[in-house]
Write a protein that binds this ligand. Structure first.
Ligand code: SF4
Length: 334
């Protein structure tokens, strides 16, 4: 459904500039922004994605991945189509590499979305699978209402949102998983974007008190070198907090990177080791069968705190938000 967009201004004649993400597209009359779902009609900017739900599922929160946020809970997970990035390796390209005209979708009002989430006994809403910023207006309205009804909200995002919209949604946004994809040259070559706005979002999300976890998809030959991985870990340690959970996930050869092999397990382990050398306390390995590196251990006494397997999550060693053995405070939202 089309609605007038937020965060834009008229720049000259009937051209408008969108300020929702760091691309800050200048859009001529009748044209769309890079995200394909925001259109200039007679000098005003509209979103075509309001309530246009292209994908919907009930997922464990661990799948986002969020490991320190309501472990074991269920997130009603939704997305629209398209994206504001053009990642050659996109792992969700069937939704993100096309416009709304290319995929089936249905309109869901805020009320019907929340009813569906509650019917499915979900604990919150996850805006995921594609970039949630591009249908910001809908995610904002849903988040606000979801909070009124005791549900949490989660963004799984590329972090390209700008400051003002993030500040506005922050009171309703409980957690974010933000991708950091590589160094700036990787962003420019592979995603047609830049790294710095993503880092700004990580800093701001943290300073706004949003629970933040980070994902680094490790791609052989592109961002798996020690310097790139260490650059990511150094940023987390020095500018966020060494207790920020980080997820090194396995790449599969999709979209325009079908010629690149899946990430070897040893490469993921090496990334994990680099994170540990930077003293990151909660590093995980994802998209592989490796229970040990998906469990949470106490950084002080090494007791097992949370045990994860494909189908279950057990909070074995926690006493509230503390290690039951040594009492160390653990950064977790329960
Ligand atoms: S949200 Fe879309 S239109 Fe707005 S700046 Fe980003 S890509 Fe451009």
């Amino acid at each position: 459904m089309e609605e007038e967009a937020r965060f834009w201004e008229r720049v000259r004649d009937s051209d408008v500039q969108c300020g929702l993400c760091a691309h800050r597209c200048v859009i001529k009359e009748g044209q769309r922004g890079i995200c394909r779902v925001r259109v200039n009609r007679e000098g005003r900017l509209y979103t075509e994605a309001y309530g246009a739900v292209a994908s919907l599922a009930v997922d464990p929160i661990e799948k986002k991945p969020l490991y320190h946020f309501h472990p074991g809970s269920l997130a009603f997970s939704i997305s629209t189509a398209s994206c504001n990035f053009r990642c050659l390796h996109c792992q969700n390209y069937s939704l993100s590499a096309c416009g709304l005209e290319d995929v089936p979708y249905r309109y869901m009002g805020v009320r019907s979305l929340l009813d569906k989430a509650e019917e499915n006994r979900c604990d919150g809403i996850a805006y995921t699978y594609n970039e949630p910023t591009i249908w910001y207006e809908y995610t904002y309205d849903c988040s606000k209402k979801a909070h009124d009804e005791g549900l949490y909200n989660v963004y799984v995002t590329n972090g390209y949102i700008t400051e003002e919209p993030l500040r506005e949604i922050a009171p309703y946004m409980d957690a974010m998983n933000i991708d950091i994809k590589g160094n700036d040259s990787f962003y420019r070559k592979v995603c047609k974007a830049r790294l710095e706005p993503v880092l700004d979002t990580c800093r701001l999300a943290r300073s706004l008190g949003i629970h933040t976890e980070l994902t680094y998809l490790v791609i052989p030959g592109y961002n798996d070198d020690d310097a790139s991985v260490d650059g990511f870990c150094r940023f987390v340690a020095e500018e966020l907090d060494n207790q920020t959970p980080v997820h090194f996930t396995r790449f599969f050869p999709y979209h325009r990177m079908t010629g690149v092999p899946s990430t070897p397990y040893q490469t993921l382990l090496k990334a994990y080791t680099i994170a540990k050398a930077r003293k990151l306390e909660f590093a995980y390995i994802g998209n592989v069968m490796d229970r040990e590196h998906n469990n949470t251990f106490c950084p002080q006494c090494n007791s097992l705190l949370i045990e994860r397997s494909t189908f279950s999550v057990r909070l074995t060693g926690l006493d509230g938000k503390r290690c039951a053995t040594c009492g160390r405070k653990i950064p977790i939202v329960l």
